[in-house]
Each structure stands twice: as C-alpha cells, then as structure tokens.
Ligand binder design. Structure first.
Ligand code: CU
Length: 121
C-alpha cells in the first residue's frame, strides 16, 4: 500500500506541476495596475490572464475599505480576447480599493486572488 501511494505521488507530481504552469488562468497584469495608484478614477477594471477564461464562471468584485461594492456585478471578456476579463465600476472616490477575482479557465480549472489599487486625491 505504501509503495503504491509513493508510486502514485511520484507519477502525479510532475504531471500536476506541468499542468499548473501550462493551463491555469493566472493574473498577468491588470488595469488599474496591481498595487498601483491612478490619478483618474477608472470606469472599469480589467485583468489580463495567462489563459482564456469563461466569463460565466469568472468574477471580479471591487470593494472599498469599508467593504462596499463598486463593481457592476457581471464580468465580461473583451471582444476577441478571452484572456481579458473586465467589469464596470461605479464612480470611485479617492481611496484604496480591493479587487477580488475568481477565474475559470477554458480547461475548467479555477483560480482566485486579490489585489488593491488606489485612486489618488
Ligand atoms: Cu488548468
């Protein structure tokens, strides 16, 4: 039994590692930029992923420091580029906002993360 488990771990390990690198949707960049400060309040937030994502099973939530939501509710991919997930946001006052995202890549694997950006005074 132990030998079987060890053998399974040894054969699955490299396969899973390779898959993570190849097919999960990971955040590559965002607008506003991750951790960045912008002079002008954005009217939407866009995340560029390493893989194409399914908008129906992906989301972006934008909250202020008090936890109030400012996103429009429904994330969409950019026309002709399913690696870009975007969402409209309500007018943003100066302050720091948190962007929490969940992505389901076309291969159905889910990833999630969060980052913040600041609208300058
Ligand atoms: Cu995957």
């Amino acid at each position: 039994m132990m030998r079987w488990v060890l053998g399974l771990a040894l054969s699955l390990g490299p396969m899973l590692a390779g898959h993570v690198a190849a097919a999960h949707a990971l955040l590559e960049s965002a607008v506003p930029p991750v951790g960045g400060t912008v002079a002008k309040a954005p009217t939407d937030v866009m995340i560029v992923f390493s893989e194409t994502v399914e908008p129906a099973f992906s989301s972006i939530v934008v909250t202020d420091a008090a936890g109030n939501r400012f996103d429009s509710g429904k994330a969409q991919t950019a026309a002709g580029d399913a690696k870009r997930l975007m969402i409209g946001v309500k007018p943003l006052q100066p302050g720091t906002y948190t962007v929490t995202w969940q992505a389901t890549s076309t291969d159905t694997h889910r990833t999630q993360g969060h980052f913040s950006f600041t609208v300058a005074r």
